[in-house]
Design a protein around this ligand. Structure first.
Ligand code: CMC
Length: 392
């Protein structure tokens, strides 16, 4: 017995103290360690943002060089992992593969799973940030039936990821610096987002003392759902299905219909009741990338912009404060870069890995940390006596 606060979906429960990320949902503001996301997206780059999230301050030049060197040295995965990959069906979704392979990192790197040793925690963090792009690219290559491409350490983080995804031994992929910059910005925009579902999953898994690789695998599994990170794939598929601006009203009517489970993907947010600041940057980036690639009158982008315009004037969306979120425009950029929709959520997962680890490290170091163990309101059968099979 006991009296508990009933809060399904944790809409009003703070589960921890945190110094990492701040969101003001009414104003549409997002800060990492106090720095507004717009400034970081325009002036910083992903590995610097990783340093900031992990250690709390922007690095000086020596600290940044040291951090980049440490990450770069860990980009390869244990050669034995190639065989592990080969156990999956070729047509597996890359998220399915990633949940398995990242979870299996605790078997390959069991010299960094002692959570009570700060040195091991640090090595595990660096390994995860360094290897998750390699694993995501391997999942993609495996699904294509192409050979795995090894990382190249002279490339920056985003260029290296593009190289591992798009190079083949017969022909190296030329990484356009502007595309690599756009990729890097996507990583930065997704790097952390306080106590969202996957981050809370990582914290809950970690609260039992589970090792960091197992916890991040749990985060990846949670992220996959269409209400969360899976929305970027679902959104592009929806925009393609709408196909032309004439069909927008039909889909808007479905989104508003209480009896239709259809929702406008890439719209709405638990915390933002205003523009998601990440969506604004993403929209500008989409224009830039399509211009750069010489894609004009892209029908998906046209549908997206018109859908946004109509929805923002529609009484239903206005009254419920439903605005485009980060997933609304990201898929258009990723598609233009050459990624299939199945790679959108893995790219979200690799970007968010640093946020998950930063939150996990903060939790482990917090003296208040104890196992996460919500209670419930029991509404099942009252006490009753067992009946043997022949009496039922
Ligand atoms: N289309 C149509 N109606 C919507 C939508 C939508 N996308 N989102 C919310 N609503 C309605 C919902 O039906 C409800 O109406 P009512 O009050 O009449 O029952 C009201 O708005 C509040 O919605 P909710 O489901 O109670 O809100 P929530 O905070 O539990 O859900 C959400 C937030 C993001 C899951 C939801 O907005 C959604 O399903 N959006 C589409 C999926 C999506 O884009 N997810 C990405 C989120 S951002 C990045 C990430 O996490 O990956």
């Amino acid at each position: 017995a006991g009296v508990f606060t009933y809060d399904p979906g944790f809409t009003s429960t703070a589960s921890c103290d945190s110094t990492i990320t701040y969101i003001d949902g009414d104003k549409g503001e997002l800060w990492y360690r106090g720095y507004p996301i717009e400034q970081l997206a325009a002036q910083s780059h992903y590995l610097e943002v990783c340093y900031l999230l992990l250690y709390g301050e922007l690095p000086n030049p020596d600290q940044l060089l040291d951090f980049e060197t440490r990450v770069t040295r860990h980009t390869m995965v244990h050669e034995q992992m190639h065989y592990f990959f080969r156990g999956f069906r070729r047509d597996s979704h890359p998220m399915a593969t990633m949940v398995g392979v990242v979870g299996a990192m605790s078997a390959f790197y069991h010299d960094s799973i002692d959570i009570n040793d700060p040195v091991q925690r640090e090595i595990a963090s660096i390994r995860l940030i360094a290897k998750v792009p390699t694993i995501a690219a391997m999942a993609y290559k495996y699904s294509l039936g192409q050979p795995f491409v090894y990382p190249r350490n002279e490339l920056d983080y985003a260029s290296n990821f593009l190289h591992m995804c798009f190079s083949v031994p017969a022909e190296p992929y030329h990484v356009d610096p502007a595309l690599s910059r756009a990729m890097d910005r996507i990583f930065t925009l997704h790097a952390d987002h306080e106590q969202n579902a996957s981050t809370s999953t990582v914290r809950l898994a970690g609260s039992s003392g589970a090792n960091p690789f197992a916890c991040i695998a749990a985060g990846i599994a949670c992220l996959w759902g269409p209400a969360h990170g899976g929305a970027n794939q679902a959104c592009l598929e929806m925009l393609r299905e709408i196909g032309s601006v004439e069909r927008i009203p039909e889909f808007l009517a479905r989104a508003k219909d209480k009896n239709d489970p259809f929702r406008l993907m890439g719209f709405g947010h638990r915390v933002y009741k205003n523009f998601d600041p990440r969506a604004k940057v993403m929209k500008e980036s989409a224009d830039e990338v399509l211009d750069l690639l010489g894609v004009h009158n892209n029908p998906t982008l046209q549908v997206a912009k018109e859908l946004e315009r109509i929805a923002l004037e529609d009484e239903y969306f206005v009254s419920k404060k439903l605005y485009p979120n980060v997933d609304f425009y990201s898929g258009i950029i990723l598609e233009a870069m050459g990624f299939p929709t199945s790679m959108f959520t893995p790219i979200f997962a690799l970007s968010r890995t640093v946020g998950w680890i930063s939150q996990w490290k903060e939790m482990i170091a917090d003296p208040q940390n104890k196992i996460g163990r919500p209670r419930q309101l029991y509404v099942g059968a009252p006490r009753r006596d067992y009946k043997p099979l022949d009496q039922r």
